[in-house]
Design a protein around this ligand. Structure first.
Ligand code: EPU
Length: 339
C-alpha cells in the first residue's frame, strides 16, 4: 500500500484540473483496502474522513480541492474463470485499464467488448458507469460484479440484475449502492462473432465478416476522428447524457425541426435525441468560458484547452444547459460527476 499526503490531482483526472487532494491511498489487494478503511483514524487522523474511489479519473470534474482520501486500486490482472462450449468468463480486477483488457480479448478472438475499444477508464468504472458505445453497453456482457461494502467490510458478489444497470447508470451511483467499491468484474465473452455493427459508420469501415480486432481498429479510428485525445486535451468524454424524451415531446419537436435525429428506445414509447445536435442547433458550439470550450467535431464533449479552472467548465456547462432548455424545453443531464 502506498499513502501520500497533499498530492496534486493533475495526473489523476483526464480533465487536467489542477488542485490538491488531502490523501491518496493506492491499494494492492482487497485486504489492503479493508485495512485502509478500518484504520482511517490512525492513517489519516480522522475516522470520519470522506473517501472516494477513483479509476483513471476520466468521468469526473474536481470542482475544488478534495479534503478526503482518494482510493485507487493497483490490481490489474484478468483471468479466465469458467469456459463453456460457446463462452469464456473473464474476471478482471477493477483497477485494470478497460482498453488494455479489450486489446487482450480481441487478440484472443473473444467477442463482446470490442465496440467499447479506446474508451478511457478502468474495469471498475465500466460497471459503475455502464459505459457504452456503438450499440453496446458494458451491461450486455457483465456477468457479475464483486464489491467490497465499505460499512461492514464484507466482500460480496452481485449478479448482473442486482446491479440495476441503465443508460450510463447502475446501483453504484445511488443510495445504498454507493457503499460499494468494485473489486472485480466478470465479463461473459463469446467465442463466436456476435456483431453489433449497425451504429453510424461502423459497418462501412469493415469487411462483411470482421474479426474482433478489425472491429476494435475501426472503433479506434472513428473515436480518434471525433473525440479529443485525453493525453493531449483535457476532457471527460461526453459531458452530458443524450436526453430520452416521451413520444409526445418528440412529435412536437419534430414538427418544428424536421431534421431532428432520434433513436427509438425501449418499447418505442420514448426517443433518445443526440445532445450533440441540441447543442449545435441551439448555437452553443461557439460558447467558451476562459479556456473551457466546446469540442467542435463532437459538441457533447467539453474541453480544457490549456488552463481552464473547474468553475470555467461548470459555468460553460450551465450556459449550455440553459440555452438548450430555453430553445427545446429539454434539461440536459450531466454524465460527468462533480466532486
Ligand atoms: N451531431 C451533431 N453535431 C455535431 C456532432 C454530432 O449534431 O457536431 C449529432 C449527429 O446527429 C450525430 C449524433 O450527434 O449523428 C450522434 O453522434 P455520435 O454518434 O458521435 O454519438 P453520441 O450520441 O453523441 C454517444 C455516447 C458516446 C459514444 C457514442 C458512440 C453518450 C452520452 N455518448 O455519443 O460515449 O462514444 O455515442 O456510440 O451516450 C462517452 O460516454 O463519454 C462517450 C463518448
Amino acid at each position: 500500500m502506498n499513502i501520500q499526503e497533499n498530492i496534486s490531482i493533475l495526473p489523476l483526472n483526464t480533465f487536467r484540473m489542477n488542485g490538491r487532494a488531502r490523501f491518496l491511498a493506492v491499494y494492492e489487494s482487497t485486504d489492503e483496502l479493508r485495512y485502509i478503511l478500518q484504520h482511517k483514524a490512525e492513517l489519516f487522523g480522522n475516522k470520519n474522513i470522506p473517501v472516494l474511489c477513483i479509476g483513471e479519473g476520466s468521468n469526473l470534474l474536481f470542482t475544488k480541492d478534495f479534503e478526503g482520501v482518494l482510493l485507487r486500486s493497483s490490481m490489474r490482472r484478468a483471468r479466465a474463470v469458467r469456459e463453456t462450449a460457446d463462452e469464456v468468463f473473464i474476471e478482471a480486477d477493477a483497477g485494470l485499464c478497460m482498453d488494455d483488457l479489450i486489446a487482450q480479448l480481441t487478440d484472443m478472438q473473444l467477442y463482446g467488448l470490442e465496440n467499447l475499444s479506446y474508451i478511457p477508464g478502468t474495469v471498475g468504472a465500466s460497471a459503475v458507469q455502464n459505459v457504452g458505445a456503438y450499440g453496446v453497453e458494458a451491461k450486455d456482457v457483465i456477468d457479475q460484479v464483486r464489491v467490497l461494502n465499505i460499512q461492514d467490510l464484507n466482500e460480496i458478489t452481485l449478479s448482473q440484475a442486482d446491479c440495476r444497470f441503465g443508460y450510463r447508470d447502475s446501483c453504484f451511483k445511488h443510495g445504498q449502492g454507493k457503499k460499494y467499491i468494485v473489486s472485480a468484474v466478470t465479463y461473459r465473452l463469446s467465442k463466436q462473432p456476435v456483431y453489433h455493427l449497425e451504429y453510424g459508420q461502423l459497418s462501412q469501415q469493415l469487411p462483411s465478416q470482421p474479426t474482433a480486432n478489425q472491429i476494435r481498429q475501426a472503433v479506434i479510428r472513428i473515436r480518434q476522428s471525433k473525440l479529443p485525445d485525453v493525453h493531449k486535451v483535457g476532457s471527460a468524454g461526453s459531458f452530458f447524457k443524450n436526453p430520452v424524451v416521451s413520444k409526445d415531446v418528440y412529435n412536437n419537436l419534430s414538427h418544428s425541426y424536421i431534421d431532428i435525429p432520434s433513436y427509438s428506445v425501449g418499447d418505442g414509447s420514448e426517443y433518445k435525441i443526440p445532445a450533440a445536435w441540441l447543442i449545435e442547433k441551439s448555437g452553443c458550439k461557439s460558447f467558451a468560458v476562459g479556456d473551457a470550450t466546446v469540442w467542435q467535431p463532437q459538441p457533447l464533449v467539453l474541453v480544457n484547452q490549456h488552463n481552464a479552472e473547474p468553475q470555467d467548465i461548470v459555468q460553460l456547462a450551465q450556459m449550455i444547459v440553459n440555452r438548450v432548455n430555453r430553445q427545446f424545453g429539454i434539461e440536459l443531464q450531466r454524465e460527468v460527476i462533480y466532486i
